[in-house]
Design a protein around this ligand. Structure first.
Ligand SMILES: Cc1cc2nc3c(=O)[nH]c(=O)nc-3n(C[C@H](O)[C@H](O)[C@H](O)COP(=O)(O)OP(=O)(O)OC[C@H]3O[C@@H](n4cnc5c(N)ncnc54)[C@H](O)[C@@H]3O)c2cc1C
Length: 439
């Protein structure tokens, strides 16, 4: 399914209520009143469509990329909040219950309490949720607590919002449009039920267990999990999973990690995990035998099915995790395309799996360029961050135009590398990247 089709689908859902309102052909009102109603309708439909966007539908993230989906979610939520906030102030009509002769509510906007209170609650909750999401990283919130609050808050906003819309709205009083609102709300809630109840139930029937937790660099571990039973994960090298270790399958305590193993290596799945916060700081203490659950595969950072004459992998820090999966797969499947890995770290002890990388270089011919920003005095490799000059040297000639470029690392690194590659004439369709943060 092409990505433009998904985009059109979301636009269509968001515009459906506006279209139905317009098709009612009600007598016209002053333009500000029409804009007020339109803003309210659009805010509501965008918010409901967001539930579908965020429900971890693989096809969505596979086509658009998870970080693009998250960015879209943030921008759409902010736009919807602005529309919702301004719409009550735009009405010019008199605020009172419409008398019987004003059947189409052309001259009055309702001020009845039963119609207004749900809207007022949603009106306060929505910007609060958006502001909390924007400021989350600066607040002392546990991520899981924030996620739960965000989810419950969104459900309340959706419910109160629809209630207000059908009770107060001029156009939503129409039986067709009011049915559409309830159906859209139902679909949104079903999407949540599917993500947080049905799919976890399905996962509870397919448990995994931890088989090894090995240190692979400073404060970095490789965790291996293997299926308990005869199920297995069908994934592509470079994709990621939501990993839940040692919690109920219904728990919100799950984190996204790129898969560092190769599908060709068998059913065992591995993750390279860097200590960063409350879950990852304890990853080294996880005991083999601990039960795990995987919501996977997700993500688009994969070279499978993409025509390319060579493969360039550019990783910063723990961004090596998906690259390891791709390298292991290329090696294991005997892929003969030329491959270059540029791998940047702060110091030598942070390089994950240095011996295996050397072996891959010797056996598979992968060209590996290490770069350190704080090298020790014996270091003979590249120094500093990845620069346009380094990329020009490695990929500047015409033979590299048809390669695929896979990027994973800190956002600042991704920006520099993407811009430099595009300046080298690499088409953006040949550059795929993943950020490890949605902030
Ligand atoms: C697609 C993707 C792939 C990733 N792959 C890897 C990888 O291979 N190796 C690796 O070490 N790290 C990876 N990360 C980052 C990893 O998910 C976070 O470092 C980890 O979740 C931090 O959890 P914590 O509880 O230890 O830290 P916290 O202190 O709880 O969180 C630190 C930050 O991590 C992010 N985070 C935490 N929990 C979640 C969650 N459930 N969902 C989304 N973001 C969360 C938030 O931005 C949060 O501010 C990846 C992230 C993404 C989005």
């Amino acid at each position: 399914m092409p990505v433009w089709f998904l985009f059109l689908f979301y636009v269509a859902i968001s515009l459906l209520p506006l279209g139905l309102a317009w098709s009612q052909g009600l007598p016209p009102r002053p333009i500000l009143d029409e804009i007020a109603s339109g803003a309210g309708l659009l805010a509501m439909s965008v918010l409901l469509a967001e539930f579908l966007l965020l429900s971890r539908y693989r096809v969505v993230a596979r086509k658009a990329g998870t970080d693009i989906v998250m960015r879209m979610h943030q921008l759409l939520a902010r736009a919807a909040a602005i529309l919702a906030l301004i719409h009550p102030f735009l009405y010019t009509a008199r605020r009172q219950t419409a008398p019987d002769w004003d059947v189409s509510r052309q001259y009055f906007v309702t001020n009845e309490f039963w119609a207004i209170w749900p809207g007022a609650l949603a009106w306060v909750l929505l910007p609060t949720l958006v502001l909390l999401a924007i400021g989350r990283s600066k607040m002392d919130f546990k991520y899981e607590t924030w996620r739960l609050t965000h989810g419950l808050g969104s459900v309340l906003i959706a419910g109160f919002g629809v209630l207000h819309t059908v009770r107060a709205g001029r156009y939503s009083a129409d039986p067709v449009l009011s049915t559409v609102w309830w159906v859209l709300l139902g679909i949104a809630l079903l999407a949540l039920v599917n993500t947080y109840l049905l799919r976890p139930f399905w996962r509870s029937l397919r448990p995994w267990k931890v088989t090894a937790v090995e240190p692979v660099g400073t404060r970095t571990w490789e965790v291996s999990v293997t299926p308990e039973g005869d199920h297995k994960l069908a994934y592509e090298a470079g994709q990621f999973a939501w990993l839940n270790i040692g919690h109920s399958p219904f728990s919100l305590a799950e984190n996204p990690f790129s898969i560092s193993s190769a599908p060709a290596n068998g059913p065992e799945v591995r993750f390279i995990i860097k200590e960063l916060g409350d879950t990852t700081n304890k990853i080294g203490q996880v005991q083999p035998g601990t039960r795990a659950y995987l919501d996977a595969p997700h993500g688009h950072l994969t070279i499978k099915g993409r025509k390319a004459k060579g493969v360039a992998l550019i990783a910063g820090g723990v961004g090596i995790a998906p690259m390891m999966g791709i390298l292991r797969e290329l090696h294991r499947t005997g892929d003969t395309r030329p491959t270059t890995l540029i791998y940047t770290n702060r110091s030598r002890d942070q390089i994950a799996r240095p011996n295996e990388l050397e072996q891959l270089s010797a056996e598979h011919g992968t060209k590996i360029i290490h770069s350190l920003s704080e090298p020790d005095k014996d270091w003979t490799g590249e120094v500093g961050f990845i620069t346009p000059a380094l990329l020009q040297r490695e990929f500047g000639d015409d033979s590299h135009r048809d390669w695929i470029y896979v990027l994973c690392g800190p956002p600042a690194m991704l920006e520099v590398v993407e811009e430099a590659l595009i300046n080298l004439g690499i088409p953006s369709s040949r550059i795929i990247s993943e950020r490890f943060s949605y902030d």
